[in-house]
Design a protein around this ligand. Sequence first.
Ligand code: SF4
Length: 325
Amino acid sequence: MSDYSILDADSFAQVQVQTIGLSSGPSPLRELFIYTSLICNKQCSHCFVSSSPTNRILDEMTARDLRPILDQATGQGLADIYFTGGEPFLSRDMDSMLEAAMEMAPVTVYTNATEPLEKSLRKGLPDINVAHVNKHGRPIHLRISIDHYEAEIHDIYYARGKGAFEKTLQVASLAYSQGFTISVNTQEDLHNRANTRQAERFLRNRFAEMGVDLYDVKVLPDIPTGNQQNRTISSETPVSPAEFAASGARRENLMCGAGRTVVKLQGNVQIFPCTLLVPHDAKTLHEFQKYMMGSSLSQSLGVAATLDHPSCRAYCVKGKMTCAN
Ligand code: SF4
């Protein structure tokens, strides 16, 4: 028996998680995050969900899987839908999922802006973007990952491969010329060469040289999960209600307070509180069982999220970060 077959999806549908920071699920449901899979053409050293060309712990999402979830989201106040992975543009059903999602809300796609996006930009994606503009008055938003503003650190230290930095700039520039809006997610500079503002400025200037006006730059803190956990020693403890109140973090700015995350796991759609607490290997399949909220989006809205993972403090409460725009 594979280690991946230990979960009985039904037994987790009824899980009631103990409330630590939040008193109920998101209402309205503003954000919906969809994992297309964890398959990626890259294998970056810091990836917090350990995406790689061979990571098949999540199944590939399809438009058919998504349909019931989108139906349940109708009338719930959805403001944004996000696709993430893995590299979403490797997904065989990506065009159909984009078309279904944009009927509900404006769409953002997380992408490494390399060959898979380039291929989509040379096929049907520009037409889908035109339909998105007609529907929402703004283009599909591409949030691209550039791990460091220096090409060598991006390519070598973060293991993206030689030439990856320039490739991403080139593909992002192509997307911008086709009318997509572009944001960048980057990592905090562990080499201490630049503070957050400087890192942002370097990236904005580099894109401006190519005529690309970035919509937003996010500098992400170290997240103690996935590949990154291998080089991050976390001593975090659960966030207490008093600490949450004192932090100034706001419930509506937490992914678990504003939305839900959808994955396909062992053949079934499963709902999780956020993008960070989804299984990405055999170990976290056990570790993250308690965060599963079942396969019904509607039911998951009645369940409050706990704030008891190290990422809750590192990324959300202390870091005041969200994967939303
Ligand atoms: S990491 Fe924790 S606090 Fe942040 S969104 Fe997820 S459940 Fe909420």
